[in-house]
Design a protein around this ligand. Structure first.
Ligand code: TRP
Length: 334
């Protein structure tokens, strides 16, 4: 609890370019959170290192993610947006927590199993202890709520388990965080294989809308989106392609699913796809404009990074010192 507000914590990995799925499923919903919560959002660059990165590209991506957070409407004066790697307490707490995490627990993580299968040539220890670092991220700020997608829920569960285990031994050191289940942050699916989640790393470029795609590209990708047999615009489980487009249109325009069905009643797939493409392009246009301005304003971005890094380090440091003391590590002589 900070200034009487509950603390909300989240973040994204600093790899690749964000997709429409990241935006509609998360980022867009974060914008109004500061009214209710004290919000912290990390650029999770340490987590990105579990896969091999090209240094220059990686640095650029992390900066781009920072600017996208701001361009999407997260005010860096109201939200603490910072680089995970700039607050060394994350790595330090992660070590301490790893001594309270069991191998068996980490072995059960489905994301570890998936990633290990996908990157069999680089199953590094970081990939294995990834959830411990994530627990450190969350617990350092005494976070109350953590908005995460379903794929991260298991990591939030283990975070709670680690925190409870620690508290049971040392007293109330950590706040036990809850998953934040917001108003349906839409789950956006691939435009080519609508049974799968839209992903940054899809090999088929037509499957994914990137936040920085230009209008023509967006419209072209929607025109090529895989749809189902039949011709009706209706939301049905056996019509994953059209249902996904309805979800996208509905989360961009704010209309409900039924409204969308009514609006396009009697119209064909082609017309609908074009409308979705245009609505998405119109939604992203101001974000892209703001993004370009921000990327050109080095001074501003540097200033808010520095300010927020310091703010984050202050809160994180407090928790870390408390943990060190509880564990019996010798205090520094000042
Ligand atoms: N693992 C998260 C993801 O890939 C990113 C992340 C790292 C995160 N630390 C976090 C999300 C802490 C929420 C809270 O999506």
């Amino acid at each position: 609890m900070l200034d009487g507000k509950k603390i909300l914590y989240s973040g994204m990995q600093a790899t690749g370019t964000l997709t429409l799925g990241n935006y509609l499923g998360a980022l867009k919903n974060w914008v109004n959170m500061p009214d209710e919560y004290e919000c912290l959002y990390g650029v999770m660059d340490l987590h990105s290192l579990t896969l091999r990165q090209v240094p220059a590209e990686f640095r650029k991506n992390a900066r781009s993610l920072y600017a996208l957070y701001v361009a999407a409407g997260l005010d860096p004066e109201k939200n603490c947006i910072y680089y995970q790697s700039h607050v060394s307490a994350h790595a330090e707490l992660s070590w301490l927590l790893s001594c309270f995490t069991y191998m068996g627990e980490l072995q059960r993580m489905t994301q570890f199993k998936d990633k290990a299968a996908k990157h069999a040539d680089n199953i590094n220890a970081g990939l294995f202890t990834y959830p411990v670092l994530m627990a450190a991220d969350i617990l350092l700020y005494q976070s109350d709520v953590v908005p995460v997608g379903v794929d991260q829920k298991q990591h939030l569960e283990i975070t709670r388990d680690i925190a409870q285990r620690f508290n049971a031994i040392y007293g109330d050191v950590f706040t036990i965080p809850e998953a934040y289940i917001g108003k349906a942050g839409a789950k956006i699916m691939s435009l080519q294989e609508p049974e799968r989640k839209m992903s940054k790393s899809d090999e088929n470029a037509n499957a994914t809308i990137y936040l920085l795609d230009d209008k023509d590209t967006i419209i072209r990708k929607f025109k090529r989106a895989v749809t189902d047999s039949g011709s009706e615009i209706c939301y049905r489980e056996d019509k994953p392609g059209i249902s996904n487009l309805i979800d996208i249109y509905s989360s961009v325009t704010g209309c409900g699913r039924e409204d969308v069905e009514r609006e396009f009643d009697g119209k064909g797939y082609g017309e609908f796809k074009l409308a979705v493409g245009e609505a998405v392009a119109a939604e992203l246009e101001p974000l892209q404009k703001r993004y370009k301005e921000l990327m050109a304003d080095k001074e501003y971005i540097d200033r808010v990074i520095k300010m927020n890094d310091e703010k984050a380090a202050y809160y994180a440091g407090k928790t870390l010192r408390k943990v060190q003391k509880k564990l019996g590590l010798t205090e520094r002589i000042r």
